[in-house]
Design a protein around this ligand. Structure first.
Ligand code: APR
Length: 235
């Protein structure tokens, strides 16, 4: 990685790979979620309209898994960086688990939503939610049985895109961790950052679809690569 003294503003993109060593399935691995479930059945607004119970059951399963998981060394290292980095830092995660926050990170943005949040499509309120949504529990605010998982489904606009692009525009360094680069708009962030003059680094178990767009790629498990990289940055 180039001269860190010139780096003040960092944007970090994380994907399912950073939570894999915490026991949470990724999407596109051989035993991944998309091997067991069809996206069209569980991850679109049309699927929810067609069979809400199937969708609720899928996210109830993922909510229970997220609650049972623990942050790993990669989450902890990013929490340390968040606490000690004097410049701008934003962790943009595609993940719906709360392992970044449970490790202590604060400057985190969930662009695909959060599994521990329920969204009432009646009164538009969001609620911390740890239990099941199957069975249509009433909204704690309006009493309507209109709660859905607070997740960005395929065909829906990811959250806080303005804030993400503003951070990318000001970034000196863009780092991508544990993502396959298969899904836009996240897969396009490296190009956006590079066009704005940022240095770019990929930390991943295997080369992603966007590897050639990065200045540097390091291959290996996040629990090893991320603590090592954070130690370099804070040295
Ligand atoms: N350490 C580092 N990288 C890992 C590890 C690990 N222990 N385990 C897996 N990986 C890498 C894989 O090599 C792969 O490139 O993580 C990546 C996971 O890719 P995906 O399963 O495609 O997950 P992700 O990139 O987060 O998916 C993006 O797609 O399905 C949608 O909304 C969903 O947010 C998700 C988006």
């Amino acid at each position: 990685m180039g001269d860190m003294h010139a780096v003040r503003n960092i944007v970090i993109l994380t994907g399912a790979g950073i939570s894999a060593e915490s026991g949470l399935k990724t999407f596109r691995a051989e035993d991944g979620l998309w091997e067991e479930h069809r996206v069209e059945d569980v991850c679109t607004p049309q699927a929810f309209a067609r069979d809400p119970d199937l969708v609720q059951r899928f996210y109830d399963m993922r909510r229970a898994a997220a609650l049972a998981a623990e942050p790993n060394a990669a989450h902890e290292a990013l929490a340390t960086l968040d606490a000690e980095w004097p410049g701008e830092l934003l962790i943009v995660t595609q993940n719906i688990d709360d392992l970044h926050e449970r490790a202590g990170a604060r400057r985190v943005l969930h662009m695909h939503g959060e599994v521990l949040s329920a969204w009432c499509t009646g009164c538009d309120m969001r609620h911390r939610w740890e239990g099941a949504l199957l069975g249509d529990p009433p909204c704690p605010a309006c009493g309507e049985a209109s709660l859905r998982p607070d997740i960005v489904w395929f065909g829906e606009m990811p959250y806080e895109m303005d804030r993400i692009f503003a951070a990318l525009a000001g970034a000196d360094l863009f780092v991508s961790i544990g993502t396959s680069g298969a899904v836009y708009p996240a897969a396009g962030f490296v190009q956006e950052a590079a066009t704005r003059g940022a240095a770019t680094l990929e930390l991943n178990l295997e080369r992603s679809l966007g590897s050639r767009m990065f200045d540097e790629t390091r291959l290996g498990p996040a629990s090893e690569l991320v603590p090592r990289w954070v130690a370099e940055v804070l040295a």
